[in-house]
Design a binder for this molecule. Sequence first.
Ligand SMILES: Nc1nc2c(ncn2[C@@H]2O[C@H](COP(=O)(O)OP(=O)(O)OP(=O)(O)O)[C@@H](O)[C@H]2O)c(=O)[nH]1
Ligand SMILES: [Zn+2]
Length: 292
Amino acid sequence: MEKGRLIKGIGGFYYVDVMGEIYECKARGIFRQHNITPLVGDQVIISVTDEAKKMGVVEKVLERRTQLIRPAVANVDQAIIVFAVTQPEPNISLLDRFLILAESEDLDIIICLNKIDLVEKEVYETIVNMYTSAGYKVVLTSYKDNDSILNLRRMLLEKTSVFAGPSGVGKSTLLNKVDPRLKLKTGVISQKTARGKHTTRHAELIAIERESWVVDTPGFSALNVDFIDEGELSFYFPEFLPCLEECKFASCYHMDEPKCGVKKGLKEGKVSEQRYSSYLQLIQEIRNSRRF
Ligand SMILES: Nc1nc2c(ncn2[C@@H]2O[C@H](COP(=O)(O)OP(=O)(O)OP(=O)(O)O)[C@@H](O)[C@H]2O)c(=O)[nH]1
Ligand SMILES: [Zn+2]
């Protein structure tokens, strides 16, 4: 029996990494009876049936700490949300959607602003300040700046991180810099888009040094958050949290209600205009989606 990490599942086979060796495994029928589907990211126990051919059987799925829905990966620790400071221009509304998704999955979050070699600091300072004061950790990177890559790599050590962000911001480029053995495809947008459209891309765990794992997700240009309950949305804005107890009504949506803590926080500069307007836009979207 060996313990390993399930790194991908394709066509009924599970690929399990045991100390860097990959075993192609079937799952025991017993999982079906118990309605358990092994998931990428699971810690599993396998028995090796053929050492030479690296084949085995998944005997047991160890208890999951967490389970992401999209991408479907177990035991993820943190989300690295990557945006470029330019090319493409940062889309704040989309960034807030990624944040809410990660918050709703209860992940630790790092915002990574990439391509800082392309513009002056003044260009992205406002964004950095806005998210830092909202309570987020923001890191600045450029594939041309080795120190920034080392800093990013440090944040990945001994964790499972999901890389998310729009297309073309440099997710694969950064991962290739962090670990040059990876050789992920970069910059071939047409090819990647074609794949995204016509085939389902399965989530896959990629090992980088010292028990660090990453999931590179395809880029998204739009994200729906309408599965979130309108009453819960404000919990996913961390800077709103200290304001909420000052709302007079427990069911305050922080819109037109009197004595609202969030609007007070907005006046006092504890909540930024832009984040508040993101909130309003999203709650409107959630409400509209409920009408049908
Ligand atoms: N100047 C500059 N260009 C970068 C940087 N990082 C990535 N790029 C370029 O940006 C383009 C897109 O990079 P990718 O790594 O393919 O972007 P991605 O986020 O993986 O894109 P998808 O796979 O479509 O989601 C490539 O041409 C990279 O060379 C950076 O730090 N600075
Ligand atoms: Zn309120």
